[in-house]
Ligand binder design. Sequence first.
Ligand SMILES: NC(=O)c1ccc[n+]([C@@H]2O[C@H](COP(=O)([O-])OP(=O)(O)OC[C@H]3O[C@@H](n4cnc5c(N)ncnc54)[C@H](OP(=O)(O)O)[C@@H]3O)[C@@H](O)[C@H]2O)c1
Length: 344
Amino acid sequence: MSDLPKTMTAVLQIGDGYSGTSEGPQIDDASKYLELAEIPVPTPGKGQVTIRVRMSSVNPSDLHFIKGEYGQPRVKGAPAGFEGCGDVVAAGEGAEGLVGQRVAFVVAMGGSGAWADYALTDAINCVPLRPDLRDEDGAAQIVNPMTAMAMVDIAKQAGESFVVSAASSQLGKLMVSLGRDLGLKPIAFVRREEAVAILKDKGAEEVFVTTDPEVAQKFAAASKALKPRVFLDAVSDQLSEQIFVAMPNGARWISYGKLDAELPKLTQMGQLIFMGKRIEGFWLTSWMRSTPPQDQMRVIGEVQARFVDGRWHTDVSSRLGLRDVVSQLAEALKNTDGKVMISP
Ligand SMILES: NC(=O)c1ccc[n+]([C@@H]2O[C@H](COP(=O)([O-])OP(=O)(O)OC[C@H]3O[C@@H](n4cnc5c(N)ncnc54)[C@H](OP(=O)(O)O)[C@@H]3O)[C@@H](O)[C@H]2O)c1
C-alpha cells in the first residue's frame, strides 16, 4: 500500500439512497447523476482488496443504480461502477494471496466502485483470470456470464425450448448461444430488425421483432410447436405479459431486468390457478448467496473457457477514458452494438 498514490480520480455518485422513480436505465445526461473528483485511494480492511483498475464495464444495473432505481441504495460521494478487471495491489488480513493477481471483480455494498483508478471489494468478489483472457472479457466476466449460466441452467431443466427477450443485449446473446450449444431451441425477441440475422447466427430457433404488428400471433404459433416453458425476460412490459399468456401449461415468466419503463398488467389470472403458470424474479446476487462455492467455481471455470476459446465474446461499442465518463457516457450509450468500456 505504501507504493500507491494517496489520491485517485473517480466518477462519484451525486444522489443518495433511492429516488423512488422507475424510469429504466436510459440516461440523457450523466452529469445529473455523476461527477468527477479526486479522492483518497481506498484502503482494504479484513478480507478486502484494493484493485488497480484496467477496465470497467457499463451495465444496465449501473445505470439503474446511479438513478436510484436499483436493489441497493446509492451512497452520495462514493465511486460508481459495479464490475471491472484489474490487478490486486493491496490486501487486508486474510486476502494477501490475491496480491499481484489480475482479477475480474464486482463491487458489493461497503466497497468502492469500479469507475475509478482503484476499486475496493471483498476478496470473495474477485475471480483470478487466466492469462489468455482479454481485459475486455475480464471486465464483463461476472455479471452477465454468471447470470447466463445460471438462467440457462434453469431453462434446461424445464424442457427443450426457452424464450429470451432483449436478445440482442450482451446477456441475451450469451444465453442464446449457450442454449444452442446445449442442444436447446432458444426463441429470441429483439426490437431491431437488423438483430434478427445476428441472433439466428448465434443459434436462435426463431427470432421475433417486437415492433411487428403480428408478433403476438406469430409467437403463439411458435409456442404451440416448440412448447417453451421458461421465459427469461429483461424487458418486463405488456408484450412480455402477452408472451407469457401464449406459453403452455406450467410456463415460468422469470423477470430479471426492467429495460422498458412500461408496467405490465396481468390479463389472465386464471392461468396461474388452472395452468400452473408462475411469475418470478432472478437476481444474480441472490444466486451467489444461495449457490455453494464449489458450484460457483465450476461455473467460473466454464465461463473463462468459453471466452478464451471464442464461444463467447464481449462486444465493445465504445471506450471512454475515466475523465470523459460524465460528459460522454449518455452519447456513448446510444450505440447499442456492445458494451461501453471505461479505462483509467
Ligand atoms: N437480474 C440479474 O441478476 C441480472 C444480471 C445481469 C443482467 N441483468 C439484466 O439483463 C439485461 C441485459 O443486460 P446487458 O448487460 O446484456 O445489456 P446491454 O447489452 O448492455 O444493453 C441492453 C440492450 O437491451 C436492448 N434494449 C434496451 N432497451 C430495451 C427495451 N426497452 N426493449 C427491448 N430491448 C431493449 C438494447 O439492444 P437493442 O438496441 O439491440 O435493442 C441494449 O443494447 C438488463 O436488463 C440487465 O439489468 C440482470
